[in-house]
Design a protein around this ligand. Structure first.
Ligand SMILES: C[S@@+](CC[C@H](N)C(=O)[O-])C[C@H]1O[C@@H](n2cnc3c(N)ncnc32)[C@H](O)[C@@H]1O
Length: 229
């Protein structure tokens, strides 16, 4: 069994919010990270952290900082114990530095160059905009910014969707806009202008892959909300 399949088996037993195509994409992005550290904003019980950490170990093994206040905003229960347990069971506890903090407080003290930033914390528009403003400038040339729940698909979430659309479309610093599941990602310094049409087309294509049984609904959602004036 290859490492992605083994990681899938481990991650499937963990609670969390990732569509099937998203974990392997995080793995691939982490494996490709050659310069700078990996920062994750919003770990909950560590499902995405496990994918990132196993991918990083398959590549250049950059350090990973996993930022989350662990107050249980999704479930009402603190999540740090489960997070630690899940990372240990996946064999990646040593590669990850947990930062028990909000994104804003952590950003104020963080000065390391970032090779991969994964945003999945507070999903309000304002919070995602703050994450983008605070963390994106620290991403190195060739580094990647990725955000969960941010495609234009109905499967995504209003806050990240709106914040990422504004950030990505027309962005001159980050290019080669891509979508995997609901994750939107772009690379600092890559060529190719990001456009709303490209984001919409990629979002529809990914929506079809996630939910092949409801293609028309999702495509109609993207057209109705983002393309029709
Ligand atoms: C949707 S969950 C993350 C899911 C996780 N990435 C996974 O794969 O299962 C959102 C997480 O963001 C955290 N969070 C909420 N507000 C935050 C903030 N201001 N800064 C950092 N993390 C935050 C919550 O505690 C929660 O664990």
């Amino acid at each position: 069994m290859n490492d992605i399949e083994e990681t899938r088996q481990i991650a499937e037993s963990l609670e969390g919010w990732l569509y099937p195509r998203e974990g392997p994409k995080l793995y691939e992005l982490a494996k490709a990270c050659r310069a700078g550290v990996i920062v994750e904003i919003g770990s909950w019980k560590g499902k995405s952290t496990v994918w990132l950490a196993r991918g990083a170990l398959a590549g250049a093994a950059p350090p990973i900082y996993a930022i989350d206040p662990h107050q249980g905003s999704e479930s009402g229960q603190p999540t740090f114990d489960a997070f630690q347990r899940n990372l240990a069971a996946a064999g990646v506890a040593e590669s990850v530095t947990p930062v028990i903090s909000t994104s804003a407080a952590a950003a104020a003290d963080f000065a390391l160059p970032i090779g991969l930033l994964f945003i999945d914390g507070d999903h309000s528009v304002e919070a995602v905009e703050d994450d983008l403003r605070s963390w994106a400038p620290q991403i190195v040339d060739g580094g990647v910014l990725a955000a969960h729940d941010a495609s234009l698909s109905e499967l995504a979430v209003h806050g990240p969707r709106r914040a990422l659309r504004s950030w990505a479309v027309g962005n001159r610093d980050f290019g080669d806009l891509q979508v995997a599941g609901t994750i939107v990602y772009a690379t600092r310094g890559a060529s190719g202008r990001n456009s709303l049409g490209r984001l919409a087309a990629l979002s529809v294509a990914e929506g079809l892959r996630v939910h092949p049984s409801q293609p028309a609904c999702d495509a109609a959602f993207v057209v109705r909300h983002f393309l029709r004036r």
